[in-house]
Design a protein around this ligand. Structure first.
Ligand code: MN
Ligand code: MN
Length: 461
């Protein structure tokens, strides 16, 4: 049952559109290094294609009809896009879900200090990272500062080639005898991840003059005072652009493939729909997946359910029972990256059930760890339907587990949406070096993911 490498099947025309897709995706990654930046791009892309804000229609009590295109944003960190189908919502939606948060470091609320003539910003990491990977890299600051007067200051420092970058230092090898004996989990501790942001004392200052210099810069350039960090969300991410990877340009090296590659593929698929779909189609991009889908913008919150309820209100009237039916009758691809088989670490994988780079979009019947603990386990009947849809649309797909049984595990948003009783399966793109500052995907898998998600939205149900 070995799956073929998708590249083998492409003609010249397909290769051209595959490389074009890769370029658009790199641009999306470059402009989307935080969930907020991804939402912003999602709104811009949607508006440019005639999508309207659901909130405006609610305010105007405007009726929604088949073919209408809408978007809805939750706290600027999660977003949903809808194309209304011919069938009533009660028959269920075809949902392609993903998450747009990625592992990183966040600034603490009281981050700025000076030590030994260096100014630092203290961080608290977000999501599962190997902390030793985040030292000696050029890092950038992205985020917002909410001022007391209600204004929001947008920050992006370290991406323009003329910008300075910041970063975390590591101990020189010459003095690392003790450090090199430590376990990898302990080589760099969470509390060691402090960013160096300044090294020149401000003229005329005696105490903490370097810190004073940094504060002056922030005041002059952004109008920010030290107290404003209390109400800031500033994410520390790898500085620089996504690049073609491999001499043959077959892959992309980028920050945040997990899970922006699936979000991007889902939007490409939705935007490719030419006719009004039979069932309402939805792209659902959640925040906070990397820390358990918690909080108001995580998948466990109710914004998706609420948005569907609002749509129902604008398409003939809200009914609680009908809403439950709509959710239970829905079909969903929970799109998240898969662990790509890595020959250098072959021992962690079981080769018959691993995802290979270049062999197409992955379907994971279950995730979880050990005895499938914490998994959504997709129904065989649903997978049977998907196999037909994928084969009919000529999609290269593979099935995979997350590594060897007992080696580890992980979860996605699948099990949360499954609580409504809808059919859900994990599906995504294989990644090498997942959760590292720079992750790797194969362009063919992105290309096949777009095909798969489009076919699913058109044909599932
Ligand atoms: Mn993920
Ligand atoms: Mn992840």
């Amino acid at each position: 049952m070995e799956r073929k490498n998708a590249w083998k099947s492409y003609n010249e025309e397909e290769r051209t559109s595959l490389f074009g897709l890769g370029e658009r995706y790199r641009e999306f990654l470059n402009n989307g290094k935080t969930e907020r930046e991804c939402v912003k791009q999602g709104v811009e892309m949607a508006k440019a294609r005639g999508y309207r804000d659901l909130a405006d229609l609610i305010a105007a009590k405007e009726a929604v009809k088949p073919g209408d295109k809408l978007y809805s944003v939750c706290m600027d960190k999660a977003i949903m896009l809808f194309v209304m189908g011919e069938e009533p919502l009660e028959k269920g939606l075809n949902i392609v879900g993903a998450h747009i948060d990625s592992p990183r470091m966040d600034l603490k609320q009281n981050p700025l200090y000076e030590d030994s003539d260096l100014a630092y910003l203290d961080t608290h990491y977000y999501g599962g990272i190997k902390k030793y990977q985040w030292v000696t890299l050029p890092l950038a600051l992205h985020g917002v500062v909410a001022k007391k007067d209600g204004s929001l200051v947008q920050i992006v420092i370290g991406e323009d080639e003329n910008d300075p970058v910041v970063g975390v230092s590591d101990l020189l090898i010459h003095l690392s005898g003790d450090q090199m004996q430590k376990k990898a989990a302990e080589v760099i501790s969470g509390e060691d991840l402090d960013l160096i942001v300044g090294g020149a004392p401000l003229e005329g200052e005696d105490k903490d003059a370097v810190k004073a210099g940094v504060l002056k810069l922030l005041r002059d350039k952004y109008g920010i005072e030290e107290e404003d960090f209390l109400s800031a969300e500033i994410e520390v991410v790898p500085a620089g652009r996504a690049r073609d990877f491999g001499l043959d340009r077959s892959m992309i090296l980028g920050y945040g493939h997990d899970d922006r590659v699936c979000a991007f593929a889902a939007m490409e698929a939705l935007f490719s729909l030419k006719e009004t779909p039979k069932y309402t189609c939805c792209c659902l991009f959640a925040d906070k997946e990397e820390i358990g889908s918690v909080g108001a913008t995580g998948m466990r919150a109710h914004y998706f359910e609420n948005a569907v309820a609002e749509l129902m209100g604008l398409t003939g009237g809200y009914d609680g029972l009908v809403l439950r039916r709509a959710l239970a009758n829905s079909r969903m691809l929970s799109c998240d990256v898969s662990a790509g088989f890595d020959p250098s670490y072959a021992g962690a994988f079981e080769k018959k059930n691993a995802a290979f780079l270049g062999r197409g979009v992955c379907f994971n019947k279950f995730t979880g760890s050990r005895g499938k603990s914490g998994s959504n386990d997709a129904n065989a009947e649903f997978i049977g339907q998907l196999r037909r849809i994928m084969d009919d649309a000529n999609v290269a797909f593979q099935t995979a587990e997350l590594g060897k049984v007992d080696v580890g595990g992980g979860g996605t948003i699948a099990y949360i949406c499954a609580l409504y009783g809808m059919n859900v399966i994990d599906s995504g793109v294989a990644v090498l070096s997942m959760h590292a500052p720079w992750e790797i995907i194969n362009k063919a898998d992105l290309y096949e993911a777009v095909k798969a998600y489009a076919a699913f939205m058109k044909k599932a149900g």
